[in-house]
Design a protein around this ligand. Structure first.
Ligand code: GLY
Length: 401
């Protein structure tokens, strides 16, 4: 049913590019939706930046029942709020936003020495990576390279993957989670910046083994695959944040899609494009994907439709589809951009976008961190805001090209 509707939309738009898509007479253009969303996000994020300005070492994390929850740089999400500010700066070149982007980026610097988990890629590439891209600041380059070296220490050549976590050692010998694909982007950057090919070798090995061992025949993925280090093969395939070991945890599917989309953009290895297209297909046509393309927190929870959505998964999917749309044929590209348009119109509506100064000064509402762990359910999350900003920025470039 969903497939039929989508294909009809694609044919109706005449396979035109997203910028030419006709909107309904009562509907504002997509570009004006994007511009309003960016303008609001800048105001809201400035309020957030001012709130934590003098709270040394603190970074926003979420807001539950009206109570602000912050973290120090150790939390895996520490780089996302600085990243939000960098995207806003890229859009508007507001010097106050730049000042705060630098301030909050610096709060994450000590994570360049992190070797006890894989999240150093998220922490540094979203903050310092964007900072370097937009300012060329050489100091940021040093931080990123040191961080990439720290991350690379978690690669075991006998297994051929980076170890994600060190907890639950009694259960998992060598846990690798689908999210880990996201941390490889820092290593690809380091390969280019340093000229050291080892970084790329690690990336390719990790990406290839993930295709082999993390995915099911329908291109959904397991969350955690733990490897037996003696033989370098999986001994367990489980979940940690999803409904069940066999289910499709929504954000995990989103990380997989985003991962192979950028891996194709950066390597041009056709296998990664195929993988990303197949994951996109799984997501877009899944019978439990809502019509607005904002997924429930897991595609297989029997509580659907009476269970929370995960706006963060939607934002990650949207950004990945924009990347993919540049590398597929016109028809598929238009199909992907119709999904993105629906997502953005939904996310920027009052249903998902906060009111000024509310929602703990986060931009988006309704994300879900770890439902089975009863943690961060139907709340704002920094990574929803980060991938929303990335999507708006990339979409705006596409619409105004
Ligand atoms: N990387 C952790 C998560 O997606 O919740």
């Amino acid at each position: 049913m969903i497939r039929k509707v989508l294909i009809t939309c694609t044919v109706l738009t005449g396979l035109v590019s997203c910028s030419q898509t006709k909107n309904r007479p009562d509907e504002p253009s997509l570009l004006s939706v994007v511009d309003s969303a960016l303008a609001f996000s800048e105001k809201q994020s400035l309020l957030m930046a001012q709130k934590y300005d003098t709270l040394e070492d603190r970074l926003p994390r979420t807001c539950e029942n009206g109570k602000d929850i912050s973290s120090n740089s150790r939390w895996w999400c520490s780089g996302f709020f600085p990243g939000v500010l960098w995207y806003l700066y890229e859009h508007n070149k507001n010097p106050e936003i730049l000042k705060y982007a630098r301030l909050y980026t610096d709060r994450v610097e000590k994570e360049k020495y992190t070797t006890d988990n894989h999240d150093v890629g998220f922490m540094l590439y979203c903050s310092f990576g964007n900072g370097l891209r937009l300012t060329g600041d050489k100091r940021y380059e040093e931080v990123l390279l040191t961080g990439a070296k720290s991350l690379a220490t978690r690669y075991n050549p006998d297994v051929g993957l980076i170890r994600s976590w060190d907890h639950n050692k009694e259960k998992w010998q060598y846990p690798v989670i689908i999210d880990n694909l996201m941390n490889l982007e820092l290593l690809l950057w380091a390969a280019n910046a340093s000229g050291d090919p080892t970084f790329k070798t690690i990336v390719i090995s990790h990406a290839d083994k993930t295709i082999k061992n993390h995915f099911r025949p329908d291109y959904s993925s397991f969350h955690v695959v733990s490897y037996d280090t003696a033989i370098g093969k999986p001994h367990l395939k489980q979940t940690h944040q999803g409904y069940s070991d066999e289910s499709a945890w929504s954000r995990g599917q989103a990380w997989g899609l985003y991962g192979y989309a950028y891996l194709y953009r950066e390597t041009k290895d056709a296998r990664y494009l195929e993988q990303a297209k197949n994951i996109a297909n799984f997501l877009i046509y899944h019978p439990n994907m809502p019509e607005d393309y904002i997924p429930y927190w897991d595609f297989n929870t029997p509580e659907i439709p009476n269970t929370p959505r995960d706006a963060s998964a939607a934002c990650i999917i949207a950004s990945a589809l924009i990347t993919l749309s540049d590398y597929v044929d016109k028809e598929l590209s238009a199909e992907y951009m119709k999904v993105v348009e629906k997502q953005i119109r939904t996310l920027s509506s009052p249903e998902y976008t906060a009111k000024p100064g509310e929602n703990g000064c986060f931009i988006l509402k309704h994300s879900t961190g770890a439902y089975p762990l009863k943690s961060e359910i139907d709340v704002p999350l920094t990574y929803a805001d980060y991938y929303y900003m990335e999507t708006l920025t990339r979409l705006r470039k596409k619409l105004t090209k």
